[in-house]
Design a protein around this ligand. Sequence first.
Ligand SMILES: NC(=O)c1ccc[n+]([C@@H]2O[C@H](COP(=O)([O-])OP(=O)(O)OC[C@H]3O[C@@H](n4cnc5c(N)ncnc54)[C@H](O)[C@@H]3O)[C@@H](O)[C@H]2O)c1
Length: 295
Amino acid sequence: MTAPAPTAHDVPTAPAGRPPGRLAGRTALVTGAARGIGRACAVAYARAGADLLLTDIGRDLPGVPYPLGTADQLAHTALLCREQGAGSVVTVPADVRDTEDVRAVVDAALDRFGRIDVLLNNAGIAAPSGKTVHDITPDEWDLMLDVDVSGAWRMIRAVGGAMTRQRSGSIVNVASTAGLVGYRHFAGYVTAKHALVGLTKAAALDLAPFGVRVNALCPGSVRDDEAAEGRMLSEIARSLDVPVEEHEQTFVAAQPMNRLIEPDDVAGAALWLASDESRQVTGSTVTVDGGFTSR
Ligand SMILES: NC(=O)c1ccc[n+]([C@@H]2O[C@H](COP(=O)([O-])OP(=O)(O)OC[C@H]3O[C@@H](n4cnc5c(N)ncnc54)[C@H](O)[C@@H]3O)[C@@H](O)[C@H]2O)c1
């Protein structure tokens, strides 16, 4: 059955007394918001005037050999967002592997704000890495796909009802250049991110009749920015048993713009995809990779 054509969108604009930022009056839900790219994107959305629901697992995960974001880091992201002019900011810890957690996050956003205009599916892990494909254990494989693909699908599933009823929304899946090309010794991550790009295209087709857009954002190698407390690049270097500086230089040399990507570079694209400026963009993969995948 064909879904009915969307009627006039009830997309909110800036409330009285608030500057008309690109996301003023909109609600954005950001996963993996405790640090790194998630923090940079949350702050960009805050500057654009959004109300924010920030979530992160906030604890370590058995099977991931490096520390994940903490509750304190999530609170710090919220503080930065308030300083940058966000409307209201709510934090809720949640594991994107857990259907009940995911439901609770979405309910909290709807209870507080009444709508969800933007979902940034950013939570992700990069472990296991540094293993040849046949050395990955079944548990390691399942964990990677559970967080990096199924976690994003669970979030889409949970916001789908609200966004289709609103007849508007923008979902941004943070994939990776690993969703477009292969990397040696990263079979789990490469498979998960390719699947996330596939999920993006399929969800974009399903949700387009309802005025809901779905896009994938594919960053290249992002610098572990101190202010954002990112650590993915250094953890990958560690798993490959390569000094961080050497690992960084390998990627600088591979990215034609000759520098690492900054979290703010990714946030700029995440803001554009969230805003009306990209209103005809759906099912797309937007690369922020300094030209890496153009070779
Ligand atoms: N850093 C890079 O070079 C790079 C490049 C391309 C894509 N990415 C992607 O960008 C996203 C963010 O990466 P980052 O570099 O900021 O990494 P990061 O490890 O600094 O941040 C990831 C955040 O996700 C959270 N998280 C992990 N598992 C979770 C779960 N099960 N439930 C809820 N939250 C969970 C972590 O606690 C952490 O705060 C990831 O999806 C990653 O794959 C990163």
